[in-house]
Design a protein around this ligand. Structure first.
Ligand code: NAP
Length: 297
């Protein structure tokens, strides 16, 4: 199937004002696997409440490789039984052939985390990139750190792709450090025209600028792991953004803070990407502080 790009420069709500009036109940959900510890239902329930909209956000697990299950779920969205769907691991890429169009961002990243319906069409969007950049800017402003506009990304998986796309479009100089060189090379090749350098783990001394952990190292339950050796010295003109948010303070964040480095976790990105998806589906802009309070509750 040929996938055409739908504009995501100025996202319009998936439903018109008139349609929204008619939609008295928003049927929203998340697919992926496993979903047991997802914070998304809490975040979206808070968004519905803050926007005074009726609706629900439910977990719709589909096991890895269950192609029929994924097709059935998307048929429900196409048929109107669902109004919006978030997609997480392992289906962010496997849903692509089931969609009619992709936004330019989703097409460039090659992954979808938000699906909406426009008329009879299913459109795939990616709010991870914008969600990350928005939260990064907030973090840098609030922590008042002055660092060079350069970033070292640890990992070269799906999240790294969204992060690198966002940073490259924002004019950052980027280096990727992944334990599998081939994966980093594939990522760099798929984003042509950007200033990307690839570093091998052995050469990954910490440069000045932003360090971003886009690996699951340190995530619960393996909270004693870290993508960098504990003994590694941080550059004084550095800052850390760890995409992991469970636990809130990873081993990597602890190490950085112990050396006086400003650091944050990925909870802000999670909230921001959720809020942006919610805006696409409903046209309402939920207050981020209420969503954060719900996620932390
Ligand atoms: P992914 O596609 O599986 O990619 C993971 C990357 O990390 C791969 O390059 C992988 O390399 C590498 N990696 C895995 N374990 C490692 C380790 N112990 N040391 C060094 N590198 C390691 O996963 P993803 O979707 O990119 O997600 C990465 C992390 O970001 C997860 O913790 C996820 O929860 C988080 N995330 C957060 C948000 C948010 O909103 N805050 C959004 C998306 C993702 P190999 O292929 O060699 O294993």
């Amino acid at each position: 199937m040929r996938v055409r790009a739908s504009s995501d420069q100025a996202p319009q709500p998936a439903l018109s004002q008139q349609e929204r009036g008619k939609a008295t109940y928003f049927h929203l959900g998340l697919t992926g696997h496993p979903l047991g510890h997802s914070l998304s239902p809490k975040i979206h329930a808070a968004a519905l409440q803050a926007c005074q909209l009726n609706g629900e956000y439910v977990l719709l697990p589909v096991a890895p490789g269950d192609w029929q299950g994924l097709q059935n779920l998307l048929a429900r969205l196409r048929g109107g039984a669902l109004d919006g769907l978030n997609v997480t691991i392992p289906h962010k890429q496997s849903v692509l052939p089931l969609l009619d169009e992709l936004t330019p961002t989703a097409q460039a990243i090659g992954a979808v985390n938000t699906i909406y319906r426009r008329g009879a069409k299913l459109i795939g969007a990616n709010t991870d990139a914008a969600g990350f950049l928005s939260d990064l800017k907030k973090f840098l402003a609030e922590s008042s750190v002055t660092i060079p506009h350069s970033a070292l990304i640890l990992g070269a998986g799906g999240a790294a792709r969204a992060v690198i796309y966002a940073l490259a479009n924002d004019g950052w100089e980027i280096a990727i450090c992944a334990r599998r060189l081939e994966q980093a090379q594939q990522l760099a090749a798929s984003l042509p025209g950007r200033r990307l350098r690839i570093l091998q783990p052995a050469t990954c001394a910490l440069p000045p600028g932003l360090i971003i952990n886009a690996t699951p190292a340190g995530m619960s339950p393996t909270i004693e792991t870290s993508p960098l050796p504990e003994t590694m010295a941080w550059h004084k003109d550095g800052a850390l953004y760890d995409l992991v948010y469970n636990p809130r303070e990873t081993k990597l964040i602890k190490n950085a803070r112990a050396q006086g480095i400003s650091a944050t976790n990925g909870l802000g990105m999670l909230i921001e990407q959720a809020a942006l998806a919610f805006e696409i589906w409903t046209g309402c802009h939920p207050p981020r502080d209420l969503l954060r309070a719900a996620a932390e509750n």
